[in-house]
Design a protein around this ligand. Structure first.
Ligand code: PMV
Length: 348
């Protein structure tokens, strides 16, 4: 049957990878398994309104608004998304949509919104499926939401649940899948369940390299095979570290992952440097602070110049002191975002 008109609002979080996804096969099949912290503050909120159509159509009709204004520039990406998912959710052809979306983080902050954005959309669609079939289990709901989100943006598969999400097949984890993210099957030490992520907005400019171009650069990359092997080993080691609470090893793996991601971009053809001078200054300061104080603070990076500063809850005061005194000067307009590990998407 067809539903009456209705709407659902979801708030889906952003995430920060500890072991990075960089390199994929067709339709978002990752070349290596990745793992991320789900964030709490950085999120996309999307209201997904649907109205029945007289006749089912293959081409999905929708209007999209970003922060209250019509956003034609978002249309192609979302159309591609609908085209990819329609075979798994054929009922979407029976409706037309209005999508109203906004982010909790500043527009053009250099923070990618594709993970949280695609996750929020996927959840809206799954809410329709659940309304059509109220018997769906939460497990099915979350897995399929992650599966759909992945088809929009790979890392979006890690933006449905909290707090630590693994995506991609890995020999050590029998439940891991290339098709959707799962809660990391690890007994996580309490320390890592309350981690902080302070995002320093070093460069708020548009990304120089879109992630689809970036993933493409891993085909024919001279170091691709070793990189995928390294990621697999890092995940094996990190899983252990996350359960033992070994912060020193955590730092070593997480920082190495960030630098490897950037090393891949620097050694691809064409090559890119996505770090800025301030990115390097911040890294130096973090290393010096760690040396001087014995702090457990460390950094990670996405495919851009901004720095994610990671630290345990019990160091919150001293690290924010350090950030205010020594790092804010490297941020554009002194801007940074206080975030922490979160529990996943919420219906609003
Ligand atoms: O989801 P995509 O295709 O935008 O890829 C994102 C990849 C990184 O953010 C650089 C790393 C990751 O695992 O999140």
């Amino acid at each position: 049957h067809t539903l009456e008109a209705g709407k659902f609002t979801w708030q889906a979080p952003s995430n920060i990878a500890l072991v990075k996804y960089w390199g994929k096969e067709d339709i978002q099949i990752p070349k290596n398994a990745s793992i991320s912290f789900t964030l709490d503050h950085c999120a996309t909120t999307t209201t997904f309104s649907f109205t029945p159509r007289d006749q089912a159509q293959n081409e999905i009709e929708f209007d999209i608004y970003f922060e209250g204004k019509k956003a034609e520039n978002f249309k192609p990406k979302i159309s591609t998304f609908f085209d990819r998912i329609v075979e798994y959710v054929p009922f979407i052809r029976n409706y037309s949509y209005t999508i109203d979306t906004s982010n909790s983080f500043p527009h053009s902050s250099g923070i990618a919104s594709s993970a949280s954005g695609m996750a929020a959309l996927a959840l809206g669609i799954m809410s329709i499926e659940r309304k059509l079939n109220p018997g769906l289990t939460d497990d099915y709901f979350n897995k399929k939401a992650s599966f759909l989100a992945r088809l929009g943006s790979g890392s979006a598969s890690r933006s449905i649940e909290g707090k630590l999400i693994m995506w991609g097949e890995h020999p050590r984890f029998i439940d891991s899948s290339d098709l959707y993210g799962i809660k990391a099957p690890i007994e996580v030490a309490p320390l890592f369940n309350t981690y902080h992520d302070c995002i320093l907005l070093v460069d708020k400019g548009q990304k120089q390299v879109s992630s689809s171009v970036g993933h493409g650069l891993m085909h024919d990359h001279p170091f691709a095979a070793s990189r995928f092997r390294q990621a697999e080993e890092h995940l094996t080691r990190l899983a252990k570290v996350l359960s033992t609470g070994d912060v020193e090893q955590f730092i070593q793996i997480v920082e190495s992952e960030a630098l490897s991601l950037h090393a891949m971009m620097m050694s691809s053809q064409p090559y890119f440097i996505l770090m800025r001078p301030h990115t390097l200054e911040v890294i130096q300061k973090i290393w010096q602070f760690r040396k001087d104080t014995g702090s457990s603070v460390c950094f990670t990076l996405d495919a851009g110049a901004n720095v994610h500063v990671l630290f345990p809850d019990n160091e919150q005061e001293q690290v924010y002191e350090f950030i205010k005194n020594e790092l804010v000067g490297y941020c554009e307009n002194g801007q940074y975002i206080r975030d922490k590990v979160g529990n996943g998407a919420k219906m609003r």
